[in-house]
Design a protein around this ligand. Sequence first.
Ligand code: UT7
Length: 322
Amino acid sequence: MIGIKIIGLGKSIPQRCLTNDEMSTFVDTSDEWIKSRTGISKRHVAVTETVETLATMAAKEALVSANLLADAIDMVIVATVSAETTMPSTASLVARNIGANRARCFDLSAACSGFIFASEVAISMMKQSGYKNILVIGAEVLSNRLDWEDRGTCVIFGDGAGAVIYQLSQEENQILSIETGTDASGAELITLPVQAEESPFYKGKSKRPVIGMDGRKVYVFATTKVPESIEKVVTNAKLSLENIDWFILHQANSRIMDSVAQKLSVPKERFFKNIQDYGNTSAASIPMALYDASSQFKSGDQIVLSGFGAGLTWGTMLLRWS
Ligand code: UT7
């Protein structure tokens, strides 16, 4: 058999914590509004940390928890929309920092679904090409990509990184099912432009490199598409929703998670949340939540991970913990 196991997890957050109360001293908002509309109480924001340093710290912890040397890593994929550089990739910088000297490295951009997309790529490449160990990281510093006068976005996002090491196995398979998708008709509902420099030739207008979002439309997309995707993945694995012990959704909004639970007729207690502490960390949110939830997992637990966001993208995978 060709199976895939998860052998290591890591997480990293910036030191600086920003509470709703502190935020409401310089943004026209309130703790009451943010908590009741999103479930967020605080988030961490980078002061000196970068996507590279957060990703590196999460990767180092994942290696320790896997009891693996960096030289054993065949590939590093970083899912991010906020890298400091598009060249080199953050994955190359992380590989250099941890000493993953044999690894092929690249970044992947699928926003808040990025970790699931990167996991699907990693798993496919392990099965196709026989790579033994792949490090997948979701890492973001969004706090410096926000318009701090746009209260519809700046209160939501936070910074952090989460890392997972997948290993090819002849004995065991923990990844039961996975699906990803894109509805490109909604491509411009969440945007983060890259600022272009003036040139003697280029006549296009440069856009501010800050996040723009039509929150209401994205909310409708998420609460429609995520339940469909979860049902598909669970059915593909010939299981039913009652067999699922944990639902770990992209931590975008507590109300989205409650609505998905209701649509699936699943008790909302089975939906893990850490949004209250970190806000929406885009591609980092699922591996960070997996890390935080993992202390509660029992062997044999069946776990759904589901991401959704800009693109509009979505992705869901089903794991059996061991
Ligand atoms: O990670 C990528 C995926 N992203 C998502 O999944 C985001 C999905 N969308 C959402 O989570 C929600 O749409 C938001 C949390 C972004 C916004 O919540 P909402 O309930 O949809 O609020 P809204 O944008 O419809 O605004 C309602 C009211 C407006 O005031 P009026 O026009 O009714 O007077 C806003 O101006 O709330 C106001 N408002 C705020 N008030 C205080 C918007 N943001 C704030 C704020 N503080 N931070």
